[in-house]
Design a protein around this ligand. Structure first.
Ligand code: NAG
Ligand code: NAG
Ligand code: NAG
Ligand code: NAG
Ligand code: NAG
Ligand code: NAG
Ligand code: NAG
Ligand code: NAG
Ligand code: NAG
Length: 742
């Protein structure tokens, strides 16, 4: 059954990946193709300044003049990659736009407009409940207009606000009047010599990231020679014909250049769709992003920063060519890529300004990713080495017994997460496939080959301990009885004689519980447990991924804290068993450091791969791991329980108790001497139990007591014999009860 679980898991993972590249139904493709054909017809009949749906207000034009300052210099020709930065809302700008565009009427009060019958009675209500009522209708209008494709009207006219209150509905719950961060991932394809076609995704967020932010689909043109971009940004799910980009063109030459590029795009896309229909290609599946609902459409104007004037154009071109198709030519150091941008939403009357957004070209990102994957692979490799050393360190059962199963299990879990994370990234981002899959291979080796094996070893060796746990309480009672055997209490234990004297070897053994001992069943139990936990955590991960950013942050912090408490079980085990040096110092230090490398990289390095900003809590995590590590190491120097007040300590079993003088009437006690079941020689217990004076001669006695050992189950052996035995097996040689490590 457990094997089945593994297979189901594998199947789920495979299905999940297959799902991503699912083929689009033919009808759907045909529909898109038809729409494109109709669009390209409309577009062919347009001229500059013709049917521009939204005249740009004067203030915006002023802003654009400020943005597009003609500047001699060279620009990157291809910015495929991503931009990051901060956006601002300019309140005064918004006010002057409102002044320049005549205000819209307010909501009709008595439902005189049939379209709004029953939805709204008080005007000026911008609360959430009203938008719940109105939004579906607007979104329907959105969709309705797609049916009328080919006419003069499209999404943009369709979502023209008609009433003052429409603005609030259009904007949705996102607060545009605060600043925040954005990311813009962009892809360029060559259209004509001077113009690239741009597609991308734009995400607006607030700094605190408590909502999902706004996600926009971007399309437009890039004038390669002077680094100017003219783009439309529409909400996810909405559609905008490519030719609408022509609306943004400032002059006739620009219009002509853009028109040629758009024509080229229509041809390319129709050809590619035709290929999909013929089965030669697959349709790109759109990326799924979460976004707050919003109907604002944006005109986006972007200007790249010119590179340093000392860099010649040919050098920059060489650099870009070398990046695109590496040939090993030495190039200049990559100049900075930055841009400024201005966004104007005609239907929401919003403006958003961005200054000096930092760009990262895809190739540079790729180098970063390769370096990261190298680092992650090295870390995993070092961890494999450390784990193997640790396994060599604990070759005997008694040393394995000191190792906490959970300490190892949490680390293996951590590694399997990392492995999954790398594998998923490698599969989802196709150009990162090789580096990420290679590094996840090392994590996989770490998890599947060494980690799981070590877990299995620990699991098997410590099983008697778990099984014995229910007998433990009784055994401990017997042990304390034996240790405090000043009063020969009449213990009615089965395997201890009255007075705490051990049973003779011939006494009836307690039959051990019959359990399936085979390694196979152990392995199955272990693996099924592991898989179930992995499945459960995958589901949790999914839940986290679809929840809001604030919940995500909280959940990530909690799970990071839990997963990075991996030494805690070991510390607890050391305390409860009074043992130390279960883990080698190399392992403890090495693992603590290597496990921190990746989180510190992502949350502490400003220029990291994922573009996270440095967060202070990562240093808390580092401190937390450092604290655990130092406690663990101090336990080795100062004793495992140095930090716990004496009175809270659980009792440690004493293998060298004072034995009471055997009463002559004792049923099975044959005199003072007993034979050690291991070497068959008699054990001298006299030195410790000189009759009633045992307590008086305790100093002498303590030396004598070291000659023999009394197990918790009440069997007596020579210290030497039993210690040698316990190095191999932590079971009583007589009755196979689990023995606590001395
Ligand atoms: C394209 O336009 C024609 C005529 O205007 C229309 O009949 C047809 O349904 C349109 N196709 C699509 C897919 O919109
Ligand atoms: C485009 O113009 C041609 C003639 O110039 C006309 O026949 C055609 O119907 C027009 N198409 C559209 C969609 O207006
Ligand atoms: C768009 O242009 C055509 C042809 O010039 C014109 O007939 C039509 O009225 C215009 N539509 C709008 C909404 O301006
Ligand atoms: C860049 O070139 C385009 C097309 O020639 C032009 O419309 C635009 O104004 C230019 N931008 C700048 C900043 O010169
Ligand atoms: C709108 O509401 C008014 C009164 O509330 C009603 O008379 C009218 O029929 C309604 N119109 C529609 C289209 O439902
Ligand atoms: C297109 O939009 C104009 C103005 O918004 C409107 O008057 C006209 O009826 C619309 N045409 C169609 C076919 O929806
Ligand atoms: C932003 O606008 C919302 C209403 O849309 C308002 O509640 C909030 O106070 C405003 N915040 C700022 C900083 O102006
Ligand atoms: C820009 O670079 C990307 C790879 O980074 C490439 O796929 C794309 O074709 C390039 N675009 C142009 C216009 O050269
Ligand atoms: C933007 O990039 C250009 C070219 O690398 C550089 O000269 C300029 O200083 C940068 N601007 C800022 C604000 O970083």
């Amino acid at each position: 059954m457990e094997e089945a679980v593994g297979r189901i898991l594998a199947a789920i993972v495979i299905l999940w990946f297959i799902n991503l590249s699912r083929e689009a139904p033919q009808d759907h493709v045909r529909q898109i193709l038809g729409e494109l054909r109709n669009e390209s017809l409309v577009f062919g009949n347009r001229t500059f300044g013709h049917n521009v749906s939204y005249p740009i207000p004067q203030v915006v034009t002023t802003e654009l003049d400020r943005l597009f300052v003609p500047h001699p210099g060279h620009y990157y020709h291809n910015i495929t990659g991503s931009f990051k930065g901060k956006w601002d809302f300019d309140d005064s700008l918004a006010k002057s736009i409102d002044q320049q565009i005549p205000p819209l009427p307010r909501w009709p009060v008595d439902g005189e407009d049939p379209k709004k019958n029953g939805t709204e009675t008080e005007s000026g209500n911008s609360g959430d409940e009203s938008s719940v009522d109105k939004k579906p209708r607007l979104e329907d209008r959105f969709r309705d207009l797609k049916d009328k494709e080919g006419g003069q009207n499209d999404t943009i006219e369709a979502t023209k606000p008609q009433y003052q209150e429409d603005f609030d509905i259009f904007k949705g719950p996102f607060q545009f009047n605060r600043s925040g961060t954005f990311s813009f991932s962009v892809r360029e394809t060559k259209a004509t010599e001077q113009v690239n076609w741009v597609r991308g995704t734009w995400r607006l967020k607030h700094e605190d990231g408590e909502d999902n932010g706004i996600s926009l689909k971007v399309l437009g043109v890039h004038f390669v020679l002077n680094g100017s971009f003219y783009m439309w940004g529409v909400p996810e799910g909405a559609n905008i014909p490519m030719w609408r980009v022509l609306d943004l063109m400032p002059n006739q030459p620009a219009y002509d250049l853009a028109a040629a590029a758009i024509k080229d795009q229509y041809e390319k896309q129709m050809k590619s769709l035709q290929n999909v229909l013929d089965g030669h290609e697959q349709l790109d599946t759109p990326e799924m992003t979460l976004s707050e609902p919003s109907l604002c459409t944006y005109q986006m104007y972007m200007q790249l920063g010119a590179v340093d004037s000392s860099i010649r154009s040919s050098l920059l071109k060489d650099l870009e060519r070398e990046w695109a198709a590496p040939q090993g030519i030495s190039t200049i150091k990559a100049p900075e890529l930055n841009s400024s941008l201005f966004m104007y939403s005609p239907n929401c009357r919003l403006t958003i300004g961005v200054k000096d957004a930092e760009g990262l070209k895809r190739e540079k990102f790729y180098f970063k990713a390769v370096n990261y994957a190298l680092m992650a692979g090295t870390v995993a490799f070092i961890q494999v080495f450390l784990l193997v050393r640790q396994m060599e360190y604990t070759t005997t059962p008694s040393s394995v017994c000191k190792v906490s199963y959970w300490s190892i299990a949490i680390q293996v879990f951590l590694d399997s997460y990392l492995c999954m994370f790398h594998l998923t990234t490698g599969v989802l981002v196709d150009y990162l496939f090789i580096p990420f899959v290679a590094s996840s291979f090392f994590s996989f080796v770490l998890v599947a080959i060494f980690g799981m094996r070590y877990m299995l070893v620990i699991w098997r060796i410590q099983r008697p301990e778990r099984r014995g746990r229910r007998n433990r309480a009784a055994a401990e009672r017997a042990a304390t009885a034996a240790a405090n055997a000043t009063t020969p209490a009449a213990g009615s234990r089965t395997d201890t004689m009255p007075g705490g004297l051990p049973l003779p070897v011939t006494a009836a053994r307690t039959t051990p519980v019959v359990e399936d001992d085979s390694p196979r069943s152990d392995m199955r139990a272990l693996y099924s447990r592991f898989y179930w936990m992995l499945l459960a955590s995958l589901i949790t991960l999914y839940e986290i991924a679809v929840s809001s950013t604030r919940i995500q942050n909280v959940m990530i912090s909690i799970s990071a804290l839990l997963l990075y408490s991996f030494w805690i079980p070991q510390i607890i085990r050391n305390v409860s068993r009074g043992s130390k040096r279960g883990l080698s110092h190399l392992f403890v230090l090495g693992m603590s450091v290597t496990r921190l490398v990746i989180p510190v990289y992502f949350y502490g390095c400003p220029g990291n791969l994922m573009g996270h900003d440095a967060t202070p809590w990562i240093w808390g995590l580092v401190l937390w791991v450092a604290l655990q590590t130092s406690v663990l190491l101090l336990q080795d120097w100062l004793g495992p329980r140095f930090f716990i007040p004496k009175k809270y300590l659980p009792p440690v079993y004493d293998y060298h108790p004072v034995l009471p003088a055997p009463t002559e009437e004792g049923g099975a006690g044959h005199g003072r001497h007993q034979d050690c079941a291991i070497c068959m020689l008699p054990i001298d217990t006299t030195s410790s139990s000189t009759g009633a004076g045992a307590r008086l001669s305790s100093v002498v006695g303590s030396l004598g007591r070291l000659n023999y050992m009394l197990t918790p189950c009440g069997h007596l052996f020579h210290t030497e014999c039993l210690e040698r035995w316990m190095r191999i097996k932590l079971e009583c040689p007589n009755c196979r009860t689990f023995l606590v490590d001395a």
